[in-house]
Design a protein around this ligand. Structure first.
Ligand code: ATP
Ligand code: MG
Length: 353
């Protein structure tokens, strides 16, 4: 009997390699061979694993079976065109290509096509690579980037609207002072300059504080939020109710920071936009989730309309932050009805942790 392995090994140092079937079977990319009529004629194990089918289920089936329904008819037309004048190419470069699995789920894939002419006729070989992990990382990356970008915008605006204004006023008064000979006017200008300078210093301190969050790991997210509330509302007539359960320790440090930042942005919005008389901040544990909520009785707004107009970097940043830690943000508001911002974040290690 012949050694069964001899078919997949060079028969001699100069001999012909005959293990093509084994190469096809072992290829790390999914390979689908399609005939001129668009039927699947061969498919390798990697492709079967990606698509969740058995080999007999796909042999002879139209290749459109693994193409999303909404692009099927277009795919048939493109496929016919390709058979007329076949050439090597990547499929839908820059497009979001998806393969449909047997269970109906769609898999992000990258596909390359190559024509192949054999004595049995014309075929197209499609190689297919699963890119879902890469897609996921890309999405995470853009989310984090956008959050950072939004942070920078906020700092720029605060520096511009706050600190730079104070310094500009200071400059104007200094020039007046240099030209003024009247003692009372000079005294008044100096008092005003003193005030401007104080505001500028306070502004810079506030920006620095906002940039560097308190060491959440040391003080806990609850205490950090309390201190945030104090510094935002100590001089305001708004009535604040704070109910914070000890939930921070159930959260990953990154998720704690997200809770802190989202509450910070929501409270800042209340101060800046709502005209509310009452604000409630709560932190609770519900099932496997930490729920942070900021509710005000102010003038409210239309979150949908805002999104459609593409406005609201602060709100956008909140959504992105929530998404980065697998959480979910919900904003309920309508004009005249107050606003409620609710963040849900899964606890570390799941519901039973
Ligand atoms: N609690 C609220 N009450 C009333 N209006 C709100 C409230 N929160 C947000 N808004 C409205 O939604 C808009 C968008 O808020 P968002 O935080 O995204 O941006 P912003 O506060 O204007 O700017 P920033 O990028 O500095 O946060 C606000 O300009 C305001 O009109
Ligand atoms: Mg805001």
């Amino acid at each position: 009997l012949e050694n069964p392995r001899s078919t997949s090994e060079p028969s001699a140092s100069t001999g012909e390699f005959t293990g093509f079937r084994a190469v096809f079977e072992a290829a790390p990319d999914g390979i689908v061979v399609v005939d001129a009529a668009g039927r699947i004629r061969e498919v390798n194990p990697e492709a079967l694993a990606m698509l969740g089918y058995d080999r007999d289920e796909l042999l002879g089936a139209p290749v459109e079976r693994v193409v999303p329904a909404e692009v099927r008819s277009r795919h048939v037309a493109l496929r016919d065109g390709f058979m007329e004048s076949p050439h090597t190419r990547g499929m839908g470069a820059g497009l979001d290509l998806r393969a449909v699995r047997k269970d109906g789920r769609q898999l992000p894939v990258e596909v390359s096509l190559r024509p192949c002419i054999t004595p049995e006729g014309r075929f197209v070989i499609a190689t297919m690579r699963d890119v879902s992990e890469r897609k996921r990382l890309q999405n995470l990356g853009t989310g984090a980037l956008r959050a950072a970008e939004e942070e920078r915008e906020r700092i720029a605006r605060e520096l511009h609207d706050d600190t730079a204004q104070c310094l500009a006023a200071l400059l104007v008064r200094l020039e007046l002072l240099q030209r003024s000979g009247q003692p009372e006017q000079r005294q008044r200008l100096m008092d005003e300059m003193h005030h401007d300078l104080q505001e500028a210093v306070e502004g810079v301190r506030r920006i620095a504080r906002g940039l560097r969050p308190p060491a959440l790991a040391d003080v806990g997210v609850e205490a950090a939020i309390r201190s945030q509330v104090r510094s935002l509302f100590q001089l305001s007539p708004v009535e604040v109710t704070v109910e914070l359960g000890r939930v921070g320790e159930r959260l990953h440090p990154e998720a704690q920071l997200v809770v802190y930042r989202v509450v910070q942005e929501a409270l800042t919005n209340v101060v800046r936009h709502s005209g509310a008389r009452r604000v409630g901040v709560t932190l609770t544990l519900e099932g496997g989730e930490v729920v942070a909520s900021v509710e005000d009785d102010g003038e409210g707004f239309d979150p949908e309309g805002l999104f459609l107009e593409g406005g609201g970097l602060g709100l956008l940043g909140m959504h992105e932050r929530a998404r980065i830690v697998g959480g979910y943000l919900r904003i309920r508001s309508s004009p005249g009805e107050g606003s409620q911002v609710t963040l849900r974040v899964p606890v570390q290690g799941g519901a039973d942790a």
